[in-house]
Design a protein around this ligand. Structure first.
Ligand SMILES: [Cu+2]
Length: 616
């Protein structure tokens, strides 16, 4: 059976009409108040969490609405979950079943993807319209139900166009008795740091402009953010607003205080850091202490000491920070307050916003007077700020320099390996990605788009591939496919980033990958055959930065049947067609489990015509 009908190879420049837009918004239109204020998220991890509790069902009920917020001082509408912005913290244990009832009260389509989850035999819960489900229409409730088979730091986000940047995202923390690093033994408390860039323009306006011949602010390339936020809190200098090409708002008030975090001295904190943004890649640093890195993308690793943590979109890093009082030099003591910095690597942006601050900062204070004994007296959480003198510390020198690259793979060796580096692999598939242009029909102008194997993805949200595969139809058309048939249990995916300048964070759904090779130049299947991966240190993660004119070879266990997106996690690039599909065990998808009644009901709840096309 031929499952994947090969799409025609498109040249970089082709004659083609512009994308169908179901809805249009004007650029530079001031925000209207909804009249409802969003509550800023409180990301306190439960200090009494029982990682040894028997497996249970964790049932959540979410209502998604618009609300007003001014995360960095600039007032605009955001998307809230249960009135909260950004979305609520979800905590669970490995082995639990997560059940989330999502009611969409927006006037647009919605979805929720669970970033990094294997979705083993639950592809229908992966949350990607056009791939694994139909979108959730306004007024409809849809339930995600899946078992958690991993542990660590994850997150969830909308997979409908560029919607998550509006606020439909949040952290997903999975505890386990099997974790290599345990609370009480390896650390005393934990701190969640949900880091992302923030835009003053409605994101759908930006995406639509990018997909027009005019571009956004006259650029075909993705725009820069106006600020960066930590747990929904940031700082924008409203006096600079005129420098920014963003709409006037009903109110912009520069926050008086910087976000703050109070820690107790002589304790070990596990920092769980997520880059849940749209475009900005960060270097996370502290003016005072260093990080003992213990996990990447939810995978426990052998610890290493780092002073700078580069974190690209979609990636997570866990690090233990020891708040000891020793000085760096003889007789010196460390300052009792210092800055935690989230430094936007502006070199990774196509262009910059003159009004934007290059970093988000959190003022870290040590509790006063110092707490005695082992017990943590207060849960550590980032707050709106405290009335104390600001830290006077200066940033460390960024020895990595301005760069969009990942940490060296040697620092990311998993405690437990998944695939054997010398595993015999016979199956290889390739993706080559590049920026290109489409010539719009009848116009002497071009659209900026991304291409994977010559195809720029177009998303048909009401025609999920999974439904077609389940019902025995061929899938074809508007994305590039890589296919691993039902008798293949391990495979390699070559990714060649053929762009001239841009580093992209590539994310694969459905399975971790092991990075068995990477480097400059182009990897071909012929060269791949001679690749010696027997001595490779093999990091395992779900999002990898690949530089321009460079490649990576990703090894996956092909044991989770599904049709899994592989895409750039720069949300603007995804909206410009940077999306492909990895099809694993297609025959298995014909079985009843793969398309539950709820999935079919959701597609039937769709009121839109079947041929609606939205941004990827
Ligand atoms: Cu990209």
């Amino acid at each position: 059976m031929l499952t994947v009908a090969r799409p025609p190879l498109l040249a970089q420049t082709v004659q083609k009409g512009s994308l169908t837009q179901p809805k249009t918004y004007e650029q530079n239109v001031p925000w209207k108040e909804t009249g409802t204020r969003a509550k800023t998220a409180d990301y306190t991890l439960d200090p009494h969490w029982d990682a040894h509790a028997p497996p249970q069902v964790r049932e959540l009920t979410w209502t998604i609405t618009r609300a007003d917020a001014a995360p960095d001082g600039y007032s605009r509408q955001v998307i809230s979950i249960n009135g909260q912005y950004p979305g609520p913290l979800v905590e669970a244990n490995e082995g639990d079943t997560l059940v989330v009832h999502v009611t969409n009260q927006l006037d647009e389509l919605a979805s929720v993807h669970w970033h990094g989850m294997n979705q083993n035999m639950t592809i229908f819960a992966d949350g990607v319209p056009g791939f694994s489900q139909c979108p959730i229409p306004p007024g409809v409730t849809y339930t995600y139900r899946f078992k958690l088979e991993q542990w660590g730091t994850y997150w969830y986000h909308s997979h409908s166009s560029v919607q998550y940047i509006e606020g439909l995202h949040g952290p997903l923390i999975i505890h386990s008795r099997r974790e290599a690093y345990q609370r009480g033994r390896d650390y005393d408390d934990e701190v969640l740091l949900f880091l992302y860039d923030w835009y003053h323009e409605r994101t759908e306006v930006i995406a639509q402009a990018l997909n027009s011949t005019k571009g956004y602010n006259h650029f075909l390339a993705a725009p820069p953010p106006q600020s960066s936020l930590v747990n929904g809190r940031g700082h924008f200098d409203c006096s600079k607003q005129a420098l920014s090409q963003t709409p006037q708002t009903y109110s912009c008030v520069t926050p008086r205080l910087m976000p703050s975090l109070t820690l107790e001295p002589n304790k070990r904190y596990r920092f769980r850091m997520v880059n849940s943004g749209g475009h900005a890649m960060y270097h996370v640093t502290m003016d005072r202490d260093q990080f003992r890195l213990v996990a990447t993308d939810g995978v426990d690793i052998h610890p290493s000491t780092q002073s700078i943590i580069p974190i690209n979109i979609g990636q997570r890093y866990d690090a233990i920070v020891h708040t000891d009082q020793g000085g760096r030099g003889k007789g010196k003591t460390k300052p009792s307050s210092f800055w935690f910095r989230v430094r936007n690597q502006r070199i990774c942006l196509a262009y910059d916003d003159a009004a934007a601050d290059a970093e988000a900062r959190v003022a870290v204070y040590y509790a006063d007077p110092p707490a005695q004994g082992k017990a943590i007296t207060k849960a550590a959480v980032v707050t709106d700020g405290v009335d104390k003198p600001e830290p006077t510390t200066t940033p460390i020198v960024d020895v990595l320099g301005p760069t969009c690259r990942d940490l060296d793979d040697h620092a990311l060796v998993p405690v437990e390996s998944l695939t054997k580096p010398n595993h015999e692999v016979r199956n290889v598939r390739s993706f080559a990605t590049n920026f290109g242009v489409l010539t719009a029909m009848g116009e002497n102008a071009t659209l900026g788009r991304f291409f994977v194997n010559g195809v720029t993805a177009r998303n048909h949200p009401y025609k999920p591939f999974l439904r077609d595969l389940h019902e025995g139809r061929n899938v074809s058309g508007d994305v590039a496919f890589a296919e691993f048939l039902d008798d293949v249990w391990v495979g390699d995916i070559i990714i060649n980033n053929n762009d001239t300048a841009i580093v992209h964070p590539y994310h694969l759904h459905g399975r971790y990958f092991n990075i068995v090779a990477r480097g400059p130049g182009v990897m071909t299947p012929e060269k791949w055959r001679n690749l010696d991966t027997s001595s490779a240190t093999v990091p395992r993660r779900d999002t990898i930065s690949i530089a321009s004119h460079s490649y990576a070879v990703l090894r996956i266990l092909t044991d989770t049947p599904g049709v899994w997106p592989m895409h750039c996690h720069i949300t603007w690039h995804l909206a410009q067609g940077f999306l492909a599909a990895v099809l694993v065990h297609p025959n298995k998808l014909r079985e009843p489990w793969a398309w539950p009644k709820e999935s079919e009901d959701l597609c039937r709840a769709a009121k839109e015509p079947d041929d609606t096309e939205t941004l990827a």
